[in-house]
Design a protein around this ligand. Sequence first.
Ligand code: ADP
Length: 271
Amino acid sequence: PGGVASSERKVDVSTSSKQEPVWAIEFKKICKSFGAFRVLVDLDLKVQPGEKVTLIGPSGSGKTTVLRLAMTLAKPTSGDIRIFGESILFDQAGTLLSSAEEARIRRRCGMVFQQFNLFPHLTVLQNLILAPTTVLKQSKAEAKESALRYLRMVGLEGKVDAYPAQLSGGQQQRIAIARALVMKPEILLLDEITSALDPEIAGEVLDVVRRIARESGVSMLIVTHEMRFAREVSDRIAVFDGGRIIEQGTPEKIFISPESERTRSFLQSVL
Ligand code: ADP
């Protein structure tokens, strides 16, 4: 019965919005404060299904907070966040979601963090089949088949039985990416996934993300300090400063002819 109710609700939401396209993710007037400190101020941000959007900007400008809100790891102070048309905070009547509903919507997102966060006492395969078998209730055989497929995608099918400590940082991060993908997210959130890696190792991780971006229809919301990567992988780049988007556009527009003086000076400081 839960499944039927949720699919009915999904239809309601998408048809109630007067022909507006359904966005993969939509932030509507999001504010987020910690005490008196305003991290995000009236943020509006939309990502189309399949679109790859990268957030760049100075440290502390609120980029990671955007991903944490999308993943429901934090709650906005005000505003609404929709994943494929469904609010992750409220149901249609404006009532706060139950934790089960929140979990169902959250499952449409997968996140990879700066620190790889693999379970150290589990092998690569065990890391990859844990959530699919427990959360998605896949059979072990099904989960294993899917794990092997994604391990091939990240080029580490030979490491199924390794423990995380036996892998390099770059390999662990590629496993963390595969672990997000086995949950079949529709939106992949990547939070500075190469910041903990040496530059020469970061390249192998970015290559994997480029391939996934090219080959899969997954929507991506990316936070990175790697400007070359941002330029190559993104359909659109949003420049953050002080909790607001000061400018957004194609990589060409942002990197070649930015409108904002603050964008220009940020790019000068990192390029
Ligand atoms: P960015 O990703 O652009 O570097 P963040 O979203 O991580 O920025 O952080 C924006 C600001 O919010 C920073 O000044 C940070 O210190 C502050 N901040 C983030 N999380 C918390 C928290 N849980 N408590 C207090 N301040 C926080």
